[in-house]
Design a protein around this ligand. Structure first.
Ligand code: TYC
Length: 141
């Protein structure tokens, strides 16, 4: 018999063996393992593409007040939102003049953790600074 051109490619003459060796990975077998095997019979074929959804997002909002020092707000924005000094100063001044502002947008658990960290840090330092969380809709962001 002639040797196959590509020695890594296996050639099956037995159709049953070929069929099982080339079964796609995302095939789930049912509890009924009867191997009488006509067509897909007892096999549940999972959809090839997993259905993944992005989590809903929430805005972390910083509120202005008359007492928290500007420097403290800048430090909070650097510490909890990873902003550099320039960005943190811009955001702080926007909150100072407009009354409130967005410090970041995250999945709910992360947004709530960051808001709590800001509020806890402000309380520990004796400042009235407040941070809250609100759902974010695509059209506004
Ligand atoms: N308004 C504050 C002041 O004049 C500064 C400030 C800015 C406070 C932003 C809170 O979220 C804030 N000292």
């Amino acid at each position: 018999m002639k040797a196959p051109k590509n020695p890594r490619k296996v050639h099956y003459t037995d159709p049953m063996r070929a069929r099982f060796l080339h079964r796609p990975l995302n095939v789930a077998c049912s509890a009924n393992e009867d191997d009488s095997d006509q067509g897909d019979g007892d096999l549940a074929v999972a959809p090839a593409k997993p259905k993944l959804k992005r989590p809903p997002l929430y805005r972390v909002i910083l509120l202005n007040d008359d007492y928290t020092p500007m420097e403290f707000v800048v430090q909070v924005l650097e510490q909890f939102f990873g902003m550099n000094r320039e960005k943190a100063t811009q955001v702080m001044l926007a909150v100072h003049t407009k009354g409130k502002g967005v410090c970041g947008i995250y999945p709910q658990d992360i947004a709530e953790t960051k808001a709590s960290q800001v509020n806890e840090s402000a309380r520990e330092s004796g400042h009235p600074l407040l941070c809250e969380v609100e759902p974010s809709t695509d059209d506004e962001d």
